[in-house]
Design a protein around this ligand. Structure first.
Ligand code: ZN
Length: 345
């Protein structure tokens, strides 16, 4: 029986195999060479950055330069454009080869960065099927993709596949050059691909890169954790810690002090609660002001220790005295060290 879960599992397994295959292929190259040791294979793609020096120019200036580059240097090349799109949770991409547009929607977990890279990878995959030799000129507007493609040992599986495809094209005497262009400069061919990428968001999703699942599920787990924290009853710890994030004030160099601060934050100390183990009738009273049933908040509000506490710049409010601030925590520990409370926490 083919259930949705089975399909999901098979798809995930297939993507996992693809990922492993890609990692192995990356190490060994497309014909079994170790491309890390191959001078030819580690050659990075030629990406023209002519337009980066024209920052904030009017669109006609960009268009004039692009036209000049194509006419003067790449007039015999097949022109290709790629673009990714993300709106809300939906992600997709499109590319064109000689004006023929292809578009795909990815799963919602896919990032825009992956969509931009997959647009380039898919375009190169199509180009690799054409009979060699061939010359291609690919224009794209993703600066992050540009940077990623210039890292020969990038851990990103899509980047590695792009580099392997370029190596494959180069080996079959085909050549591929890239030009980075700014987005939305009224370049008709690129605008068509941009529109197609946006339209792809209306399609059913296709496969997404496996590593995007990590970010996607990490987000859901973290959101669920935060939601659980927010909706639980107001405990002593939650009144101090508003969100389940790491304490920057934690002091790993002193385990003992960390234990003391943790006990104060959750409101349970030997001084206050040992009477339960000793089967005594009631909590102890304060030795300083003789108040009955001492509690952790009393450590900071005891009237007899007010001057001492102020001298250490410790606030009287428990949530402030134990807040996630290193200086405050240091002051609080110094203050408590000067009282009889400290040894019984
Ligand atoms: Zn007191």
């Amino acid at each position: 029986m083919c259930t949705w879960r089975n399909v999901e599992t098979k798809q995930f397994e297939r993507e996992k195999l693809d990922f492993v295959e890609c990692k192995n292929a990356t190490k060994m190259g497309w014909r079994g060479q170790n491309i890390y040791n191959s001078e030819q294979a580690t050659a990075l793609p030629v990406i023209r950055l002519d337009l980066t020096v024209l920052s904030r120019s009017p669109n006609p200036t960009y268009l004039k330069h692009i036209k000049a580059i194509i006419v003067n240097e790449f007039s015999s090349h097949t022109l290709c454009y790629t673009d990714g799109s993300k709106s809300g949770t939906r992600t997709g991409y499109a590319f064109s080869i000689s004006g023929v547009i292809t578009q795909y929607r990815l799963r919602n977990c896919a990032s825009l960065f992956s969509a931009e890279l997959l647009a380039i990878y898919s375009c190169l995959s199509y180009l690799s099927l054409l009979p060699p030799p061939h010359k291609f000129f690919l224009l794209f507007d993703s600066f992050s993709s540009l940077q990623a493609m210039q890292a020969p040992h990038s851990p990103n599986p899509i980047v590695q596949r792009i580099l392997i495809l370029l190596h494959s094209l180069s080996s079959s005497s085909s050549s591929c050059a890239f030009l980075w262009i700014p987005g939305h400069i009224d370049l008709p061919d690129h605008d068509e691909v941009d529109f197609a990428a946006e339209q792809s968001l209306l399609f059913d999703p296709s496969l997404s890169p496996a590593y995007d699942f990590k970010t996607y599920y990490r987000f859901f787990i973290t959101s669920s954790w935060h939601n659980t924290w927010r909706t639980q009853p107001l405990t002593k710890l939650r009144s101090i810690k508003k969100a389940p994030t790491p304490w920057s004030s934690s002091n790993p160099t002193s385990h003992h002090e960390e234990i003391i601060i943790s006990r104060l934050r959750i409101g349970y100390t030997r001084l206050i609660h040992s009477y339960l183990l000793l089967e005594l009738y009631s909590p102890p009273s304060c030795r300083c002001c003789h108040a009955d049933e001492i509690t952790v908040p009393h450590f900071f509000s005891c009237p007899s220790l007010q001057n001492l506490r102020i001298s250490f710049s410790v606030p009287s409010l428990l949530s402030s005295a134990l807040s996630d601030d290193s200086e405050t925590i240091t002051n609080t520990l110094n203050f408590l060290r000067s009282t009889y409370f400290f040894k019984s926490i």
